[in-house]
Design a protein around this ligand. Sequence first.
Ligand SMILES: N[C@@H](CC(=O)c1ccccc1NC=O)C(=O)O
Length: 305
Amino acid sequence: MAASAHPASETPWKTLSAEELEKQYSPSRWVIRMKAEEVVSTFVQTGIQATRKARATRRNQLDVPYGDGEGEKMDIYFPDEDSKAFPLFLFVHGGYWQNGSKDDSAFMVNPLTAQGVVVVIVDYDIAPKGTLDRMVDQVIRSVAFLQRRYPSNEGIYLCGHSAGAHLAAMVLLASWTEHGITPNLQGFLLVSGIYDLEPIISTSQNAPLHMTLEDAQRNSPQRCLEMAPARPVGPACSVLVVVGQHDSPEFHRQSREFYETLRRVGWKASFQQLRGVDHFDIIENLTREDDVLTQIILKTIFLAL
Ligand SMILES: N[C@@H](CC(=O)c1ccccc1NC=O)C(=O)O
C-alpha cells in the first residue's frame, strides 16, 4: 500500500456525501436557539452594536495602518488608565474568509478594556480581493506591527474566531526572523476554528476563495504542523483550542485533532468544549463580563503576568 500523509482513518470527511459535507461546514445549520436564516444577521447586529458602544465609550485609535495595503488597518481600544505596560489582545474575525470586518467585530472590547487590557481588532483583505496566502501574511504582519508599536507590552494574546482562528493558528507557524522581530506572544485563543482546509474545497464556501488543493494544504496549520513542526515561540506561550457544544461534529473533530497535534509537537496546549453555546453565541457572549469565555480569557492573561 502506498504511504499517505492522510490515511483514510484521519480523513473521515472523505466518506461524507457532498450534501453532508456542506452541512458539516455550515455552522448556522447546527444552531438550536433560533432559525438558521436568522443566526448570521443576529451575530452581525450584535457585533455592530458592540463596536458602536466600544467606539463611544473607550479611548481608541481607529484605522491605524499596519501595512501599505488599503485594507491593512486596525482599531485599537484602550483602558481608562494610562499605562505603557499592558497586555494586548488581538482579535481576528471570522466569516469564512469572505465576510466580516473590524467594524462589526469589537465584541470583547468593553469587558476586556475594563480590566486593563488593550484590545485590537484587525482587518485583512477578505475574498474575493484577498487570497488565503495574503490574509495569513497580513495577520502575521499585524502582530509584528503591534510588537514594534508597543515594545513594552505585557504579552500579546492572539484570538481568532472560525476562519479567524485559522488565520491566528497560521501565526503559530510564522517565521519571525523574516519579519525582523519576535513578538511577545504569550497566548493563542482559537475559537471554533478550521485547521484543515481540504474539506472546504468542494463546498460552496470555496466559490469566492478559489482554493486549489495546493492552496488548501499550504494554508492548513493542521497539515503544516504535522509535516514540519514549528518551534513553540516560547515556553510560556499557551494555546487554548475552544469549540462550542453546538458546533458541528466536523468542527469538533478539527479542534480536537489540532489540539492533539499541538501537544504532540511541543506546544503548551489545552482543549475546551464550552457547554450550551454554538458557533455564534460563543463570540456574542464576549460582550459580557460574566461570560465563561470572557473569564477564561482574563485568567489566561492575568495568571500569566
Ligand atoms: N455561511 C456560514 C456563515 C459562517 O460560517 C460565519 C458567519 C459569521 C462569522 C463566522 C462564520 N464562520 C466561519 O468563519 C453559515 O451560515 O453557517
